[in-house]
Design a protein around this ligand. Structure first.
Ligand SMILES: Cc1cn([C@H]2C[C@H](O)[C@@H](COP(=O)(O)OP(=O)(O)O[C@H]3O[C@@H](C)C(=O)[C@@H](O)[C@H]3O)O2)c(=O)[nH]c1=O
Length: 187
């Protein structure tokens, strides 16, 4: 596997080593030892989540506030999504900046979203199944988020955002300017 760092400190993409043969393919979708050795991060994942969504569904931009913050290792097992992480660590030199990556069953890329980032994805294919590991458990009372269509973020979603399907909860999330981050940047 190969780690590709992004412009946002702590956020990186993973390109797994895929072994193809006449039967199909094989790859290690997660190997704790390699993950820790290559990333230098000693995250202990405790929960795996899976969701399925149809084209035009947007989930996000979500986080859990400390002390229940979650780092996530995300990937797609069918279809294609545009996955985005936004730096919401108060005082971060890249506060409000985002990284977007196309994740698909085809490219098998993974994306590591650290604590202190809001995360979301838009489904670009007819359907997509999304799988992710989290390093803390679900705590609904600690859930928070910011609006995906905040002009201050300026995210290019690659689909007409007028017709997206969002949960009622995600429709009323605050814009960055209305938002007080529960995360503080630590160098
Ligand atoms: C996230 C989560 C939800 N749920 C329940 C609550 C609710 O009834 C149902 C659907 O929840 P949501 O609408 O919050 O699901 P969803 O919008 O898919 O939320 C997810 O979005 C992506 C972008 C993330 O990054 C995740 O961390 C998570 O926030 O599942 C759990 O039981 N455990 C969990 O860990």
């Amino acid at each position: 596997m190969k780690i590709v760092n992004t412009q946002l400190e702590g956020c990186f993409e993973i390109e797994p080593k895929v072994f193809g043969d006449e039967r199909g393919y094989f790859y290690e979708s997660y190997n704790e030892k390699s993950f820790k050795a290559l990333s230098g991060i000693h995250t202990e994942f405790v929960q795996d989540n899976q969701s399925k969504s149809r084209k035009g569904v947007f989930r996000g931009l979500h986080f859990q506030a400390p002390p229940f913050a979650q780092a996530k290792l995300v990937r797609v097992i069918s279809g294609e999504v545009l996955d985005v992480a936004v730096d919401i660590r108060a005082g971060s030199p890249t506060y409000g900046q985002y990284h977007a990556v196309l994740l698909s069953a085809e490219n098998k890329k993974q994306f590591f979203v650290p604590r202190g980032f809001a995360h979301g994805f838009l489904v670009l294919s007819e359907e997509a199944e999304f799988l992710y590991k989290c390093d803390d458990y679900y705590h609904p009372a600690a859930e928070g988020g910011i609006r995906y269509d905040d002009p201050a973020l300026g995210i290019d979603w690659k689909l007409d955002t007028a017709d997206l399907l969002l949960s009622p909860k995600d429709r009323v999330l605050p814009f960055l300017s209305e938002f007080e981050s529960p995360f503080i940047y630590e160098k």
